[in-house]
Design a protein around this ligand. Structure first.
Ligand code: CP
Length: 322
């Protein structure tokens, strides 16, 4: 693995899950793999889980991890080629990225979308410019359209939870839109859809209000319905997430609390486990009764972020050492 930007960088999802679960069982088994190697974590947006789990994962592999909050502490970066920098940006990525590539063996970057111009966001210019100019492997810590470390974690969590059941059939996974007070990116939902489809070992249903369809390039292969009750029938896993509109880009059309998952709604499911990437707005996106009850996998899921990051960093270190 050279970069980790999407599921397309993974040759064998199940093998990578196995690697992550091996780290969960024995976190320090490769404690010297990253000796004398340094990983840089650049944040252009806030984070709790991604930032800390990636640092822990790197440390478990013997690496030094340095965090740089670019949005608060760095020069304001320009990404447009040929830009006349007479505005607010002070440093071009083509100047900054090669320097970061000198300082670090692996560069990790979080860049959220602006949610104003769909073509700009879906071109993934920010992360692609880092890949172009850094000269070292790049790991996405969530980009404009995808959140691959989260989605890999989600597949790990589903697999380890499903293994504990006696079922031999494929699990039924539902991605269920949830209300939110402001427009959020489509990254987590795009990425989750892309990973579940690529994994191919689940029945996959997406349910959302009319007008919230996601980009087909990620959902292709899933059944899509506006009827949440129908979707939840017999579900084994319900992945709850808000996203803003894709077609009429970045809007909030609906904030109907009826879309918030409750224990009552879950009665139709197969005692479904409920997932959410966090952070979550309690009693807006997800009810207290779900988050604090036996259906919730959210803490286990967030804990697994370490093992997902560790497996990915290890793959890249192994590639560098070849
Ligand atoms: N799920 C997730 O990416 O959490 P953070 O935004 O806190 O990193």
């Amino acid at each position: 693995m050279n970069n980790f930007i999407s599921v397309n960088d993974v040759t064998d999802i199940n093998a990578l899950v196995k690697k992550a679960l091996a780290y969960k069982a024995n976190p320090f088994k490769d404690r010297h793999l990253g000796d004398d190697k340094r990983i840089g974590l650049l944040f252009l947006n806030p984070s709790l889980r991604t930032r800390l789990s990636t640092q822990v994962a790197a440390k478990n592999l013997g690496m030094e991890a340095i965090v740089f909050n670019v949005d608060k502490e760095g020069w304001s970066l320009e990404f447009e080629e040929g830009a006349i920098m007479s505005g607010n940006t002070a440093e071009h990525v083509k100047d900054a990225a090669p320097i970061l590539g000198n300082y670090f063996d692996i560069l990790c970057i979080r860049t959220f979308p602006g949610l104003k111009n769909r073509e700009d966001d879906y071109s993934e210019m920010y992360i692609n410019q880092f890949i172009k100019y850094a000269g070292v492997p790049v790991i996405s810590l969530e980009s404009a359209t995808l959140h691959p470390l989260q989605s890999f974690t989600d597949i790990i969590t589903i697999q380890e939870s499903w293994i504990k059941t006696a079922f031999t059939r494929k699990p039924k996974i539902v991605l269920s839109w949830a209300p939110h007070i402001k427009p959020l990116p489509q990254c987590v939902s795009n990425s989750f859809s892309q990973w579940v489809n690529a994994w191919g070992e689940a029945e996959f249903i997406i349910t959302h209000p009319d007008g919230y369809q996601l980009a087909e390039q990620f959902t292709n292969g899933a059944t899509i319905t506006n009827n949440q009750d129908d979707a939840l029938e017999g579900a084994d896993f319900v992945y709850v997430k808000n996203w803003s509109t894709y077609t009429d880009y970045g809007k909030v059309y609906v904030n109907d609390p009826k879309w918030m998952l409750t224990n009552e709604k879950l009665k139709k499911s197969n005692q479904a486990k409920v997932m959410h990437c966090l952070p979550v707005r309690r009693n807006v996106e997800l009810s207290d009764e779900i988050l604090d009850g036996p259906h919730s996998l959210v803490t286990q899921e967030a804990g697994n972020r370490v093992w997902a990051a560790q497996a990915v960093i290890a793959e890249i270190l192994e590639h560098i050492k070849k």
